[in-house]
Write a protein of this length. Structure first.
Length: 517
């Protein structure tokens, strides 16, 4: 099965049903199918099978056309993070060896001036009409192509080339084949609780692998609404206008949504469930969310290299957590039906039940390796199993708990500290809206536990007294070596497009921290 088959199947079953909503535009499944076909039939005039076709744009319907249409042409859609600096973007285009670069108007001048840094690009395509900086206009290219079914691609050919978020280092290119993506989409469609005629509001940037949620909902013939960029007011308005039944948000987004003035005055009666990822959700945020938003919650855990989620934490378990089983909120979920995991020690031996170890994954979702990085690829696999870099444990009922990223474990005075454990304690403080814990260099202990904290609106002014109160709060709940030695107050935490905290940015800002008594 190819990923463009998702649209083909939905168009045969529900041709008149709305597939995509964006601002005042509504596109049916039959209309989306024709748009995808035109893209697939247009591209061979400027590129060859196996080529990388890169796109640099914000959220818009054409992006979804490219999601399906580029792979349908037997080419790999290269997703570029528009929040990066133009020189960083050019470096990714060069690394991808893309032959076509499709660019929206706001980025065209900058990328046109960097053509020498992207020598493989043969065609710079303007997404918003003819432009002197481009070689041709996207609309002209696509309009000339027929809406007939294109020749079938190889399901093992690369469909998307997605660059990792770089939370722990330089972004790496991850080629995902049709088989990878279709497996991930099928697995999630089978596990997520998606009723017929779901209206899903997609709030993240489409340049992230999380965009596979668009495919999941289209596989279920659901309507997907997209926004240019997320903000609370737009979200609340569209839930009412489009009668949104499900959405996906990061826990931090949920917390700030709940603090939006007058939220209880908005009509959210159609909203049935919110899926979240990127991090665990604090218990109080879950309870407030269920009460104020009047909906259920579910969580998925995955990563770019896995082409989607491999763990699922469902609605029933969230209800249990809200009712008092708060330990469940530290879980990422159970292993999904089309995936297999092992939890191993440093010698790649399976650990005892309940013990922590690195999670390995094997399934058809897993990428075959990193783009043009044979050494990284070799290091990422062991005996056919992909090394996630996540330290996890599994309890008696099969729930998998993420202890920490291996690279985020803090070693202080020879003791291991899981940053996620400390963060969950800080989230319980009534004044803390957001928190990130990481290791900062320390001349005595090697690393010291350091916390960056965002205070809730109306909380006490940040300062030594407030920091001391948070540290004292943590000391009452954690072993002494786990307690933050310093708390820094920030307006917001650095995050990538998926909402994950960029701890490398926090670590880079600090040398040895001062000790707080």
């Amino acid at each position: 099965m190819l990923i463009n088959d998702i649209v083909e199947y939905a168009a045969r079953k529900h041709p008149g049903r709305t597939a995509l909503r964006f601002e005042d535009e509504a596109i049916t499944f039959a209309g989306l199918r024709d748009r995808v076909r035109r893209v697939a039939n247009a591209l061979p005039s400027i590129a060859a099978p196996g080529d990388r076709v890169a796109v640099l744009a914000g959220n818009r319907p054409e992006y979804v056309d490219l999601y399906y249409g580029v792979p349908a042409a037997g080419m790999a859609l290269t997703l570029l993070n528009h929040r990066l600096h133009p020189s960083e973007i050019a470096a990714l285009v060069d690394h991808a060896q893309a032959t076509v670069l499709i660019v929206s108007a706001e980025h065209l001048a900058a990328m046109g001036g960097l053509r020498e840094a992207m020598p493989t690009v043969k065609h710079l395509v303007a997404l918003d009409g003819p432009d002197a900086a481009a070689d041709l206009a996207y609309a002209d290219l696509v309009a000339a192509a027929p809406a007939t079914e294109p020749p079938r691609a190889d399901e093992d050919s690369a469909a998307w080339l997605v660059y990792t978020s770089g939370t722990t280092g330089t972004p790496k290119g991850v080629p995902l084949s049709h088989r990878n993506l279709v497996t991930g989409v099928t697995s999630s469609a089978a596990q997520w609780e998606i009723p017929d005629e779901t209206v899903f509001l997609f709030c993240f940037p489409l340049c992230h692998v999380g965009g596979y949620a668009v495919l999941v909902n289209h596989l279920r013939s659901g309507t997907v609404g997209i926004v240019r960029a997320y903000d609370n007011a737009t979200f609340l308005r569209l839930v009412a206008e489009w009668k949104v039944t499900q959405t996906g948000l990061a826990p931090t987004m949920i917390a700030f949504l709940l603090d939006h003035p007058g939220i209880e005055d908005h009509d959210l009666g159609t909203l049935q469930a919110i899926g979240y990822g990127a991090s665990a959700i604090p218990a109080e945020v879950l309870r407030r969310g269920m009460r104020v938003l009047g909906c259920d919650f579910y969580q998925g855990f995955g990563m770019t290299e896995l082409g989607g989620n491999i763990l699922y934490f469902g609605i029933a378990e969230h209800r249990r957590a809200a009712a008092g089983e708060e330990h469940l909120l530290a879980a990422a979920g159970r292993v999904m039906d089309l995936a297999d995991i092992r939890i191993v020690d440093a010698a790649f031996q399976d650990v005892a039940p309940g013990e922590p170890g690195e999670m390995l994954v094997r399934c058809d979702q897993v990428t075959r390796g990193y783009w043009r990085e044979p050494e990284l690829t070799a290091a990422a696999f062991h005996d056919g199993w992909f090394r996630t870099g996540d330290v996890v444990r599994r309890d008696a009922e099969g729930m998998v708990y993420i202890v920490d990223r291996i690279k985020d474990m803090i070693i202080t005075g020879g003791e291991n500290v899981a940053s996620r454990e400390v963060e969950q304690v800080l989230y319980a403080h009534p004044a803390v809206a957001d928190a990130a814990v990481y290791g900062a260099p320390d001349p005595r202990w090697g690393e010291a536990v350091h916390a960056a904290v965002v205070l809730r609106p109306g909380a006490a002014e940040p300062g030594e007294a407030a920091a001391g109160d948070i540290i004292a709060f943590a000391r009452e709940r954690l072993g002494g070596y786990k307690v933050p030695r310093r708390v820094e107050f920030v307006a917001e935490l650095p995050r990538n497009v998926a909402g994950k905290v960029l701890k490398r940015d926090l670590r880079a800002r600090h040398t040895a921290p001062e000790e707080v008594p």
